[in-house]
Design a protein around this ligand. Structure first.
Ligand SMILES: *Cc1c(COP(=O)(O)O)cnc(C)c1O
Length: 394
């Protein structure tokens, strides 16, 4: 019997029933504009502030340090461009890494076009930034360091505390893209020592199109969206009310279940990794074996074209992604796999499996079985294999 197996939780997660139920009220009955003074507005305003409080509490912040945005992409843009514009008189140098999400890399590319200089730190073969490289890259005119908490493709959890200590010693703002970690592993802005932190609701079973930026009190940042006094004058526009309510509820639920879910997913992840390595020859795990996101598995299969494998799995009801979903239209190997210096051939044969709330062991057993069969079939007709056979018979 064909199953439907969703293994792309890092791309997005389904919204939880409890979240949807809370949101419904604010899409229909409670429709007031939170900026309005009358009762319709006030009750909505109150609900927004409650959600803000929940979110702040979940990451160890104060309510007035949370700014709602349209998601992880906007939060990253706001952090990077906002600090760049606020501090351009002080300096025009920013440090980030080669494996950031495009929502960090592209704002950096944009800033390069208007006169900023960006250093893109390399990573080692497991995807780690070396704090010593960071130390060497710091200059007198460095105004911001942005290093992601965990990588969305290969699951590497970066040494954020060490990095933030270095930033602090040099009195440089530090931003982290925590979109893959908030709601999944412990995230506390003080333990991490960050000044700015991005999060996004649809990565923790909340709705799409809503996120937040944590901005530590006193951090200088210029708004990037102008037109109203909402969000403490930092982000104009009538609030995405239902989204905000949904995000608050989703994070509250995620935090309450985090410890148990983190343990369950880590076990499932390691089970999947072990089974695949045992049953399929010539597979290579990308990213580290420990200190890795509990939900992330990324394998390269020799002599396999990732896109072809993805389509075969899709026919069997299994949803995975190659590299990063955002770059799946390009044929270039993913920038993350290039940065860990994975040979191009293996990068082409890489697949990301990300598990989540509704993943059961049976789903993984089914996936492993289908993988085993499909890879054997694809390899038997792979041109690489034929070349290899011919060279043996000569
Ligand atoms: C998904 C993701 C983003 C983008 O978030 P959106 O809410 O989809 O804009 C940014 N960074 C990372 C690491 C992500 O995984």
């Amino acid at each position: 019997m064909k199953r439907k197996v969703y293994l792309d939780y890092a791309a997005t997660t389904p919204i939880r029933k409890e979240v949807y139920e809370e949101m419904k009220l604010f899409l229909k009955e409670k429709f007031g504009n939170p900026s309005s003074i009358h009762n319709f507005g006030r009750e909505v305003k109150k609900a927004i502030e409650e959600a803000r409080e929940k979110i702040a509490k979940a990451i160890g912040a104060e309510s007035d340090e949370i700014i709602f945005t349209s998601g992880g992409t906007e939060s990253n843009n706001m952090a990077i461009k906002g600090v760049a514009f606020a501090l351009s008189h002080k300096g025009r140098h920013i440090i980030t890494s080669q494996i950031e999400h495009h929502a960090v890399l592209e704002p950096c590319h944009f800033l390069e076009k208007i006169g900023f200089e960006i250093t893109y730190l390399p990573v080692d073969k497991e995807g780690y930034v070396d704090p010593d490289d960071l130390k060497k890259a710091i200059r007198k005119d460095t105004i911001l360091i942005s290093i992601m908490h965990a990588n969305n493709e290969i699951g590497t959890i970066e040494p954020i505390r060490e990095i933030s200590n270095i930033a602090k010693e040099h009195d440089i703002y530090f931003h982290t893209d925590a979109v893959q970690t908030v709601g999944h592993i412990p995230v506390n802005v003080n333990d991490l020592g960050v000044d700015l932190l991005s999060l996004s609701a649809h990565k923790f079973y909340g709705p799409k199109g809503i996120g937040a930026l944590y901005i530590r009190k006193g951090t200088r940042i210029e708004p990037i969206i102008h037109g109203g006094s909402q969000e403490n004058n930092k982000r104009a526009g009538t609030e995405n009310v239902a989204g905000i309510i949904g995000m608050g509820k989703a994070l509250e639920l995620a935090i309450s279940e985090m410890e148990r879910e983190q343990k369950r997913l880590t076990e499932l992840r390691d089970y999947f990794i072990n089974q695949v390595e045992k049953r399929i020859p010539e597979v290579y795990l990308n990213g580290p074996r420990v200190n890795r996101l509990p939900n992330n598995i990324n394998f390269s299969f020799a002599q396999i074209e990732g896109e072809t494998l993805l389509l075969h799995l899709d026919l069997e009801g299994i949803a995975v992604s190659t590299g990063s979903a955002c770059s799946s239209k390009s044929l270039e190997p993913s920038h993350v796999l290039s940065a860990i210096k994975l040979p191009a051939k293996l990068a082409q044969g890489s697949i990301r499996f990300t598990i989540g709330l509704y993943t059961q062991k049976e789903d993984l057993d089914y996936t492993i079985k289908v993988l085993e069969n499909t890879i054997e079939k694809l390899r038997s007709i792979s041109p690489d294999r034929q070349e290899w056979r011919m060279s043996r018979t000569e």
